[in-house]
Design a protein around this ligand. Structure first.
Ligand SMILES: O=C(O)[C@H](O)CO
Length: 417
């Protein structure tokens, strides 16, 4: 009989991992290292914007002449002195995304050229920070965003398109503020930390090309009206001379914390990848098969074992159900480990929100599928209908932790004892 309580351990690993990538300390540490001089305008965009701005305000104090936070709804934690705080739409941009961006640009355009921009960037920035090219309507942007999110394109592909429709993405914000200098602190939610993709790289030279963009349109069969089609052919800045970027947290940091917490709880550990990006349900099945290999044959590592993965899977939505990639991964894993004892699999968005739901992900074991069936439903049908929220809810396997204030992709964990 194992001495490990797998669910309790998994929850502890998840909690400590998320704590380790909260933006506050990361911003403070980096600012202390940089020891900046001069006056700053702070622009914070993304799901972690409020906390990043708050941390910056505590370190830079009256070096900040003014600040703007643009974050997702319900992600602001109150007033910050000298800051204007805006909340806007995510994952689909809305009127407030455009209004808040306009306000920030208006304030920046009035600044003396010696004022530097401290740019605090976190995931979600693409939807929250937006100024459209002439002739594109918000409805058109919302439609293409929804199509891109549903077609299974990865974030680099999605943002390659978004950059070409925008006056602030793909290095264009840096052009807008030129000759003012930008110091960008980045909490990465993009695999391999591609700076041109994180929040669509507003101050970073675009690494994607028009040719790639046309291939993306063809690959996912995207329908684009004018003038969007025409704008896709416009090239983006390939050189930016007025911005420095610092990555202050990422999924790699998260996985390393998860590993050290698991070790401290007595598990043999392996970080399998920090660049997981396949279809969510395939990842769930694959991880379940590794868990079984460990359970039965004690390899590739011996029990008690913690398998750690970081990244961001995708879901090609075909059904009409409700869920998110982490819930879909967890449900798919649950189907594979049905009936097994001593295996727990969890998948969680470090931002605390998974898809358009109030859950951050799911945590499943060998009993999960049984509980769904006892409630009279078929887990395989629910998975086929992308209805993972309903399935996991029935089995009491949803992870609900609320917005965490950070966003460094997803943590996926299997514990086997
Ligand atoms: O905002 C975005 O583009 C994504 O979260 C990636 O950073």
């Amino acid at each position: 009989m194992s001495k490990h309580n797998l669910v309790k351990d998994a929850l502890q690993i998840i909690q400590k991992t998320i704590e380790s990538v909260l933006p506050d300390n990361a911003v403070k540490d980096q600012l202390s290292k940089l020891n900046l001089d001069g006056k700053f305008f702070v622009l914070a965009i993304g799901k972690a914007a409020w906390r990043m701005a708050k941390a910056a305000s505590e370190i830079l104090k009256d070096k900040i002449i003014k600040g703007v936070v643009i974050t997702k709804y319900n992600h602001s934690l109150g007033e910050i002195e000298n800051f204007e705080i805006y909340e806007a739409g995510h994952p689909v941009p809305d009127e407030n995304s455009l209004k808040a961006t306009d306000r920030a640009l208006q304030l920046i355009s009035k600044l003396d050229e010696t004022v530097q921009i401290l740019f605090l960037i976190s995931g979600g920035g693409s939807s929250l920070f937006e100024k459209l090219k002439e002739g594109i309507t918000l409805a058109q942007l919302q439609q293409i965003t929804k199509d891109l999110l549903a077609c299974g394109a990865n974030i680099t592909e999605i943002n390659a398109i978004r950059k070409r429709l925008s006056l602030v993405k793909g290095g264009k914000f840096a052009e807008f503020v030129y000759p003012r200098k930008i110091i960008a602190l980045v909490l990465s939610d993009v695999l391999q930390d591609r700076l041109d993709s994180i929040a669509s790289g507003p101050a970073y030279p675009d690494l994607t090309t028009t040719q790639e963009v046309l291939q993306i349109v063809e690959r996912y069969n995207l329908r684009l009206d004018e003038p969007l089609k025409r704008y896709l052919l416009e090239e983006t800045p390939k050189v930016v001379t007025n911005a420095e970027h610092y990555i202050i947290g990422s999924v790699k940091t998260a996985c390393e914390t998860a590993e050290s917490v698991a070790k401290s709880l007595g598990y043999n550990t392996v970080i399998l990848t920090t660049t997981l990006n396949c279809e969510a349900k395939e990842a769930g099945r694959f991880l379940a098969s590794i868990a079984k290999e460990i359970l039965i044959f004690d390899r590739p590592i011996r029990k008690p074992a913690a398998i750690i993965l970081g990244g961001e899977t995708v879901v090609h939505v075909k059904g009409t159900g409700k869920g998110g990639r982490n819930q879909e991964l967890a449900l798919s894993a649950a189907i594979e480990i049905a009936g097994l004892k001593s295996v727990v699999i969890a998948s969680v968005g470090t931002d605390g929100t998974d898809g358009p739901t109030d859950a951050a992900g799911g945590i499943v074991d060998g009993q999960t599928v049984l509980k769904i069936k006892e409630a009279g439903l078929d887990p395989i049908k629910l998975l086929d209908n992308n209805d993972s929220y309903r399935a996991l809810d029935l089995a009491n396997c949803l992870l609900k932790i609320g917005p965490t204030g950070t966003n460094v992709n997803d943590l996926v964990l299997a514990l086997i004892a």
